[in-house]
Design a protein around this ligand. Structure first.
Ligand code: C2E
Ligand code: CA
Ligand code: CA
Ligand code: CA
Length: 274
């Protein structure tokens, strides 16, 4: 690098170029990933306070042909910026509903929806036709949304949510407590479930405030007749605190990691892998 700093700037520019090129390449690969069968689903169990599995959350995975597994934290934002989340989200929902239709009818399936799916296309129409195709009882489908959906355009979002609810599906508010004005959003729509974000669960040990926050969320849920699910449960200490406080369900590595459904063969009445 030259002493006047120009060289440093050029290096910075080259680095930016490389990052932009890498992003474009990854986006191009993501475009064909669906067609190439590189996307698949993992299923993470949710248990009630007695330890029985009551549902699974579908989580998308991408096995890139050269780069191996790419985490959702990396490719979901890319899919959202490019609009690819619309066909990908539709595929996830179809795949998850088809799979869940073969399980005992006491076990529900939770599927994540991106805010972009609320902005583009006909979301309730898409969900309706997948429910018909899969013959899944709509009450067994739980759609997980985040506050950012409501933040975009509250009246449009709540009208879409009402149409979704009229199909008979359940709506869960994901990552609760991490957004800006969580409490006011609870007024705007009758959610069936609130998922306490894992960051609060993970802070339980070190931070007494997070215990108070969880207690308040559980109390709120009780008063508003919403189920409370805690995510990110990794230890028995967390488990016992959360069940004592009155959470209705638990999700986390302690209950089970996200895996191919065959690994939960016993729970969903499938044949176990050889
Ligand atoms: P999320 O919806 O909050 O999903 C929970 C994430 O927490 C998952 O990460 C899960 O593997 C992880 N997790 C659950 N329990 C534990 C635990 O005890 N310990 C730890 N360390 N992690 C735990 P994952 O699968 O990497 O997904 C990350 C995010 O990507 C999801 O967060 C969701 O926002 C998004 N995502 C995943 N699949 C889809 C999808 O099909 N559609 C959309 N729109 N987004 C998805
Ligand atoms: Ca989720
Ligand atoms: Ca979450
Ligand atoms: Ca999340």
């Amino acid at each position: 690098a030259r002493a006047d700093g120009q060289g440093v700037f050029r290096m910075f520019e080259a680095d930016m170029d490389r990052k932009v090129r890498e992003r474009r390449a990854l986006e191009k690969d993501l475009r064909s990933a669906l067609a190439n069968g590189e996307l698949f689903l993992h299923y993470q169990p949710q248990a009630n306070v007695s330890g029985q599995i009551v549902g699974f959350e579908a989580l998308v995975r991408w096995s890139h042909k050269e780069r191996g597994m790419i985490p959702p934290a990396e490719f979901i934002p890319l899919a959202e910026e490019s609009g690819l989340i619309v066909p990908i989200g539709e595929w996830v929902l179809r795949e998850a509903c088809r799979e869940a239709a073969s399980w005992p009818n006491t076990i529900h399936i939770a599927v994540n929806l991106s805010p972009v799916q609320f902005r583009q296309g006909d979301l309730p129409g898409m969900v309706h036709s997948i429910l018909l195709q899969s013959a899944l009882d709509p009450t067994r489908l739980e759609l997980e949304i985040t506050e950012s959906v409501l933040f975009d355009d509250l009246s449009r979002a709540s009208s879409i949510l009402r149409r979704l609810k009229s199909l008979g599906v359940k709506i869960a508010l994901d990552d609760f407590g991490t957004g800006y004005s969580s409490l006011s959003y609870l007024q705007s729509f009758p959610f069936d479930k609130i998922k306490i974000d894992k960051s609060f669960v993970w802070m339980l040990q070190q931070n007494p405030q997070s215990a108070a926050i969880i207690r308040a969320i559980v109390g709120l849920g009780r008063d508003l007749s919403m189920y409370i699910v805690a995510e990110g449960v990794e230890t028995f200490d967390q488990l016992s605190f959360l069940t004592e406080e009155g959470c209705s369900a638990l999700q986390g590595y302690l209950i089970g990691r996200p895996y191919p459904i065959e690994l939960y063969a016993k729970e969903v009445g499938k044949r176990a892998p050889p």
